[in-house]
Write a protein that binds this ligand. Structure first.
Ligand SMILES: Nc1ncnc2c1ncn2[C@@H]1O[C@H](COP(=O)(O)OP(=O)(O)OP(=O)(O)O)[C@@H](O)[C@H]1O
Ligand SMILES: [Mg+2]
Length: 315
């Protein structure tokens, strides 16, 4: 059951998405902020901090466990409209779970998730359909339909959620594929695309409904540095040109420093550091610094050495 109504009128307007700026595709010449890698010692900041608007997403004291595994342990968080918020944290710490709670794919055990002032975890099925039309989700594994071609994959949300004509859908699909640099590849099988191409098809699908919020789960993982930077540019462009609020989960610190207005570190079930990139990256919290600098935990290293038989204490 899908709710076909849309009081914004956006769905019926195939031309609402602004015309493609070739700079979006090429990445050349359109660079609103210096593309410097921000390290703790660099002394420069990639983006000027923007305070953002009112709260678009709110988590209020959210707990989530799977069986005996406690993943989120009372997380509270406000995401400001218009900002790009980057979430980093160790593997398995609950970053993807957190995104899924926001869009109602998972439900908190305790606490509440709000989107635009509405409580997501108590929402009706039609309410959830409504917010999912406003939230684009780039899943960690792209999650394309292998049995469909690229065009059908990207068109899918338009078929599900709008009353657009076929011609309008074709035009919109063409436009978003151009935005991600995959123009003319509509009839290629999704299964025949490379990992990086799949990510971009998934991104095209995530933005095809002109969402207000896009959540990107590891958008640059597995991409070569040039493709990764293209994705960074797209995230920035969607945010600054079209006003899309972004939440980006990433392990890619160069990407984080380039795109973030705000950075969060999720660790052991809680947000332990939260601030603008400059403040965040200069944090004296040793966990933050270890994470930024990619330093392995000494205890974990020791256990690997023991497993490999290279442990000095065992000699
Ligand atoms: N549907 C589920 N059922 C059971 N366990 C789950 C489910 N979803 C996530 N988990 C568990 O919750 C923990 C957090 O998972 P999550 O996918 O959010 O990690 P992550 O921080 O995104 O990690 P990564 O950086 O590797 O993507 C993991 O231990 C995972 O196995
Ligand atoms: Mg994940």
């Amino acid at each position: 059951m899908t709710d076909q109504s849309d009081n914004t009128g956006r769905d019926s307007d195939a031309t609402a998405l602004p015309a493609v700026d070739e700079h979006l595709v090429s990445g050349a010449g359109w660079r609103p902020y210096p593309a410097t890698m921000l390290g703790p010692e660099s002394g420069t900041i990639a983006r000027a901090y923007r305070p953002g608007g009112d709260t678009l997403v709110r988590l209020d004291n959210v707990y989530k466990s799977f069986g005996s595994l406690r993943v989120l342990n009372g997380v509270s968080l406000d995401i400001k409209r218009g900002q790009t918020t980057v979430i980093i944290g160790p593997s398995g710490t609950g970053k993807s779970v957190l995104l899924k709670l926001i869009v109602g794919l998972l439900t908190p055990d305790r606490g509440d998730a709000y989107y635009d002032g509405k409580c997501v975890n108590t929402m009706s099925a039609s309410g959830l359909v409504g917010i999912r039309k406003e939230i684009g989700f780039l899943f960690q594994m792209s999650a394309l339909f292998d049995s469909m071609d690229v065009g059908q994959n990207v068109e899918f949300p338009l078929v599900e959620h709008t009353r657009m004509t076929e011609a309008q859908r074709d035009e919109r699909v063409d436009r978003v594929l151009r935005m991600v640099g995959l123009s003319g590849l509509q009839r290629k099988w999704a299964s025949s695309m490379s990992g990086g191409q799949k990510k971009r098809v998934a991104l095209a699908r995530a933005i095809v409904l002109e969402p207000r919020l896009v959540m990107y789960d590891e958008p640059t993982t597995g991409l070569d540095p040039i493709r990764a930077d293209l994705i960074n540019e797209l995230i920035i462009a969607l945010n600054t040109k079209f006003g899309i609020t972004s939440i980006v989960v990433t392990h890619d610190m160069a990407s984080a420093a380039k795109i973030a207005d705000r950075m969060l570190l999720l660790y052991d079930g809680n947000i332990i550091c939260d601030g603008d990139p400059e403040t965040f990256l200069r944090s004296e919290n040793p966990l933050v610094q270890r994470f930024i600098q990619g330093q392995a935990d000494q205890i974990e290293l020791e256990s690997i050495r023991q497993g490999l038989g290279t442990d000095k204490s065992a000699e």
